[in-house]
Design a protein around this ligand. Structure first.
Ligand code: GCU
Length: 387
């Protein structure tokens, strides 16, 4: 088996100093995740990236929040490729506001029951649906709101921002040209997949958030659920401006360990979901043992920044124990960098919350994001994201 030890270079050299980590192993892991899994992110912020503030409503959510709708214009014009960022800032906070940013599955207006949020101008792609396959309808408003407890998040002093991943690039095969990949088409063997594009979009959201005077841009955490959790991890690994990362059931090719023979195999990821990844990742289908990098390497790339991993006891497809072991392995990097990492040796019992810098919570229940997950997240953020 090829070693994927987080503190061992591929040539076998042990990584013993923070400098070796920062200047060598960190870069090696990033490069391996690019070449073998997600593909190379070919460009960063476009020179002509534009921000179009379409709304600033000072008395949203019963006066408790300022709500912004901002077009993030990838080509600098309203006619070009873009996504719309929905931002809420708590009006009760005087100083700089820490904030969570993550993508959503259907459309911004699906995450809230507010009636004055306009329907998106674009077609929306459903969670498992094809390209821009249906128009947004009023009936969809708020149907995903239970995963987005905005009022609770705002009441605790945090801002939150989201955009729909399908606006960036539809989640389906052979439609990459709808999104930013048109400017760097995916190529064999290491061209970027859709997760790379969605992660890139999170960084473009951060580009905007950094310009807002009320937001504490040094305290912006990336988060996401399931495939969008993989996306948040990959965004946080590459872009060190994200102050923290929160993985909500990110599973395989997220925090979990691909090499453990539990849950989703690589062959499933590279089959029906192959458009998420670099073509090269298919080499590891039924061949996981050969992977030179794994979820613990992805987790380690977040170090020494805070990382919260939310698992679910019935989410066996994600291998929740693998998600824990990954954070435990990554803790060696936290320790090398002088931070605590996870404060647990054994996979904790369901319901137990390990509230450490690399945090872990195993919720009782299925693959989901619940109020309980957010309550845990806010307690953890009070310790590790707030000043
Ligand atoms: C599928 C896929 C997972 C993914 C999930 C999701 O179940 O196999 O890897 O995390 O979809 O994003 O909903």
């Amino acid at each position: 088996m090829i070693s994927s030890e987080v503190l061992q270079m591929r040539d076998g050299t042990a990584v013993e100093t923070p400098e070796q980590w920062q200047n060598q192993r960190r870069l090696e892991l990033l490069q391996l995740l690019q070449s073998e899994v997600f593909g190379v992110t070919p460009f960063g912020r476009p020179a002509n990236l534009g921000f179009d503030v379409r709304e600033e409503k000072l008395d949203a959510r019963d006066g408790k929040a300022t709500r912004l709708r901002v077009g993030i214009l990838f080509e600098g014009t309203d006619e070009g490729r873009q996504m719309e960022l929905l931002v809420y800032l708590p009006n009760s906070v005087e100083g700089p506001i820490p904030l969570f940013v993550g993508l959503n599955f259907e459309a911004n207006f699906v995450t809230t029951t507010e009636t004055d949020l306009p329907l998106p101008r674009h077609y929306v792609s459903g969670r498992h649906a094809g390209v821009r396959d249906h128009r947004a309808t009023e009936a969809m408003r708020g149907r995903g709101a239970d995963m987005w407890p905005y009022d609770e998040i705002l009441a605790r002093g945090y801002g939150i921002a989201t955009a729909c991943y399908g606006e960036v690039e539809p989640d389906t095969t052979n439609q990459w040209w709808h999104g930013p990949r048109v400017f760097a088409p995916p190529t064999e063997p290491n061209g970027w997949g859709a997760i790379g594009v969605w992660a890139w979009a999170l960084s473009r959201a951060l580009d905007y958030l950094q310009t807002h005077p009320r937001i504490d841009s040094k305290r912006v955490a990336a988060f996401g659920f399931s495939r969008l959790g993989k996306t948040a991890m990959w965004a946080g690994a590459q872009d060190e401006r994200f102050a923290a990362v929160i993985s909500q059931n990110s599973g395989k090719a997220g925090v979990s360990l691909l090499k453990r023979p539990h849950g989703e195999p690589v062959s499933h990821l590279t089959g029906p979901l192959g458009h998420w990844f670099a073509p090269r990742f298919a080499h590891y289908a039924n061949n996981e043992a050969e992977l030179p990098v794994d979820g613990d390497g992805l987790a380690a790339l977040v170090a020494p920044r805070p990382l919260l991993v939310l698992s679910a006891s019935e989410d066996l497809w994600s291998d929740p124990e693998g998600e824990f072991l990954s954070v435990r392995n990554a803790t060696r990097v936290y320790n090398l960098l002088g931070e605590e990492g996870i404060r647990a040796d054994q996979w904790p019992a369901p319901g137990a919350f390990i509230n450490s810098r690399a945090g872990y919570f195993l919720r009782v229940g299925p693959h989901d994001v619940t109020d309980e997950d957010w309550a845990i997240t806010l307690d953890w953020a009070d310790k590790f994201l707030k000043p």
